[in-house]
Design a protein around this ligand. Structure first.
Ligand code: SF4
Length: 130
């Protein structure tokens, strides 16, 4: 039997899941111990079959009262796309003002997921506007 320990990150409990399975991991073959609720079972199965992460990072801002604006994907993206998404965002520079919810990338790393601003940055020339 295959075995893995996975920490569920769906809530602050952070249950440590003991996951065992034979052959391909499926709802029938996966056994999960240590979960305080049923979400832990689907989380463990997702981690084994198609793990996803929400990417959060910062992008430089030109002419803003702060040098960086925080951004995130609007939904989780496949874990294997995170590096490509980060590499795409790293050299980007936004022009101030930057508003919360502003779309930075429409389809990051071909995932179909938008990247949006989560922290507004006002312009140096108009610090009241953001
Ligand atoms: S298994 Fe349930 S209770 Fe435990 S961390 Fe995951 S969501 Fe929270």
């Amino acid at each position: 039997m295959n075995h893995r320990v996975i920490t569920c990150i769906l809530c602050p409990n952070g249950c440590e899941l003991e996951v065992g399975w034979d052959g391909e991991p499926t709802t029938q073959s996966v056994e999960v111990l240590g979960n305080l609720c049923a979400k832990g079972i689907s989380y463990a199965l997702d981690e084994l079959t198609h793990p996803e992460r929400t990417l959060t990072t910062s992008i430089r801002v030109r002419g803003g009262v702060q040098r960086l604006a925080s951004v995130k994907t609007v939904s989780p993206i496949p874990r294997e796309a995170v590096v490509a998404a980060r590499e795409l965002l790293q050299p980007m520079v936004l022009n101030a003002p930057v508003a919360i919810g502003q779309v930075v990338v429409e389809d990051v790393a071909r995932t179909g997921v938008q990247v949006i601003v989560t922290r507004a940055v006002a312009s140096q020339s108009d610090p009241e506007q953001s």
